[in-house]
Design a protein around this ligand. Structure first.
Ligand SMILES: C[S@@+](CC[C@H](N)C(=O)[O-])C[C@H]1O[C@@H](n2cnc3c(N)ncnc32)[C@H](O)[C@@H]1O
Length: 256
């Protein structure tokens, strides 16, 4: 398997695991039928497919959290189909997930949010900056971090960029009443970081190397990159704030 596929597209590997498991189980069912006229109930076949898909996913190098997803995918489809839900529901659920997790596939960055303690510690860390510092949340999610900082630092100028459509809409609406806070529908790769004193991100391991190159090219000396949890490969952080939460979160801080 090419490194490109391995690094950039885990969803393609998950799909591959599902398809291979389906083919393997289908061949097994045909063989059992032909050799011993033995019909396996659909439910057992679905569970067997789940076990195969989960195992194949691990073999293809997917992270551990894909295991239950790969196992449950086909059995869950079967369970939903048994309830004879209208097909529009599936389309609706798919569209909803797509509008929320728009960046999962290409950027490998799904939606999960900075916790309250993280936001508080981040806010405390910024206390020494001039009151009108400029801050950007790269992939601002639902805008929780921006809202907290807008409350704590009424004179700061706060910007969020977000490209998952539904998530952007929520963040935009939340920040609308706040005068010092603006949310833009824009990829973080298209935002010039030069005007900002502090860039904050909570992304995934995948984009961190590329992000560091962008920071080095665009941010001014003295400005900060703060990453929730995800490190930059081969670039040790200048400062680490442990958050002691269930996710083992840390704020990693690099000074340009
Ligand atoms: C893990 S969430 C973090 C949300 C928020 N920053 C927080 O800490 O609560 C990452 C967000 O980045 C967004 N995202 C991923 N790639 C992006 C890109 N290229 N441009 C803008 N937003 C992006 C995702 O849609 C997601 O909402």
């Amino acid at each position: 398997m090419s490194d490109f596929l391995r690094v950039r597209y885990p969803a393609v590997r998950a799909l591959l695991a599902q398809v291979l498991a389906l083919v393997a189980v289908a061949l097994l069912l045909i063989a059992l039928l032909q050799l011993g006229n033995w019909r396996v109930p659909l439910w057992q076949a679905a569970l067997l497919q789940g076990v195969c898909a989960a195992g194949l996913g691990q073999w293809l190098g997917l992270r551990r959290w894909w295991l239950p997803l790969n196992f449950a995918f086909v059995p869950a489809l079967l369970a939903l189909q048994a309830r004879e839900l209208p097909s529009a529901w599936f389309l609706g659920a798919f569209l909803l997930l797509l509008l929320i997790n728009w960046n999962s596939f290409r950027e490998q960055v799904p939606l999960y949010l900075s916790g309250a303690r993280t936001r508080r510690r981040l806010s405390e860390r910024l206390v020494d900056w001039p009151a009108d510092f400029r801050f950007i949340d790269l992939g601002c999610g639902l805008g929780g971090t921006l809202v907290q900082l807008a409350r704590d630092y009424p004179q700061a100028r706060l910007v969020g960029v977000e490209t998952a459509p539904l998530v952007f809409l929520c963040a935009w609406l939340r920040c609308l009443p706040r005068r010092n806070c603006q949310v833009r529908y824009r990829s973080l790769w298209h935002e010039d970081l030069a005007p900002y004193d502090v860039a904050y991100c909570f992304l995934s391991p995948a984009p961190m190397g590329r992000l560091w190159q962008k920071v080095q090219t665009q941010m001014r000396p003295g400005s900060l990159l703060i990453s929730n949890t995800f490190a930059i490969p081969d670039v040790p952080a200048d400062e680490v704030i442990e958050l002691d939460d269930w996710r083992d979160s840390r704020l990693l801080i690099w000074r340009r």
